[in-house]
Design a protein around this ligand. Structure first.
Ligand code: FPP
Length: 253
């Protein structure tokens, strides 16, 4: 699949991209890739890229809110990211705390509601505490849902869901014939969310990396070479513009 790059967009500013008011994606998911390369290009340690990436999360939350996106799911740490050097893993685990220490008052002000998907139980206590506190403080907010994928892996999510379905069948809650896509979806971390309408991946990599495999069956994908810390309002609006000009047929004609 080619990387979508509209040459005529090159000089466009945010104001010049005309988005329709309707037909905006309700749920946008982002694979925030390229922090390490962003740092390397500047002769900085990788964690400096992650710090810049974290600050960019706040910028993109504000823009998503502005465009009335209802759910923004961000891939912050995958089940595979534990393979990275311990110092980097430790830093990545501190980022949610740092993000919330820095930005929670603003997020509360902006009516943002914090949620997570992923295997939460095995995260370090300091990460869990910061996130739990933020979930608590934003519980009644009715604006954008900022859904952070933390220790998330789609195959793990699906495998765990299967185990729970089997348990419930064995406990006679359901019979095999009751199991359909809707029931199965209710066992996933995303049970309270609609499937993503648009999935963005930055940094030029064109793969899903175990992110929302079930949920993205009919999602529109948008890839860009831009590294996550550089992904700004114009980039985001390009993705929204492109989404608005796609025909979603869900297998129909
Ligand atoms: C991938 O880039 C990025 C990550 C594994 C971490 C992403 C995390 C953030 C952007 C911040 C998280 C913020 C919150 C609020 C928790 P990479 O390191 O693989 O980059 P590279 O491919 O260039 O090396």
């Amino acid at each position: 699949m080619p990387i979508i790059n509209f040459p005529f967009f090159k000089k466009k500013t945010s104001q010049q991209i005309e988005l329709k008011k309707d037909n905006l994606p309700e749920h946008v998911a982002i694979i925030m890739d390229g922090n390490g390369r962003w740092a390397k290009k500047r002769g900085l340690p990788r964690i400096a890229g992650h710090k810049q990436g974290m600050d960019n999360v706040k910028r993109i939350v504000k823009i998503a809110n502005k465009h009335q996106v209802k759910v923004l799911t961000l891939y912050a740490f995958s089940t595979e990211n534990w393979k990275r050097p311990k110092t980097e893993v430790d830093y990545l685990m501190k980022l949610p705390t740092e993000f919330l220490n820095t930005y929670l008052p603003e997020l509360v002000e902006e009516n943002v509601k914090i949620q997570t998907i992923g295997d939460f139980d095995v995260l370090p206590a300091h990460t869990k505490n910061a996130v739990d506190n933020a979930k608590d403080r934003t519980r009644d907010n009715s604006g954008l849902i900022l859904n952070i994928a933390l220790n998330y892996g789609s195959r793990y999510e699906i495998t765990e869901a299967i185990k729970k379905v089997v348990e419930d069948v064995e406990a006679n809650k359901y019979t095999l014939t009751d199991i359909d896509e809707e029931l199965f979806s209710s066992y996933l971390y995303t049970s309270n969310l609609k499937d993503p309408d648009l999935l963005i991946r930055t940094s030029g990599e064109i793969r899903l990396s175990n992110f929302l495999l079930w949920q993205s069956a009919y999602t529109e994908f948008w890839f860009t070479d831009v590294l996550w810390p550089d992904f700004d309002e114009v980039q985001f609006e390009k993705a929204l513009y492109d989404y608005q000009n796609r025909k979603r047929r869900y297998g129909g004609i």
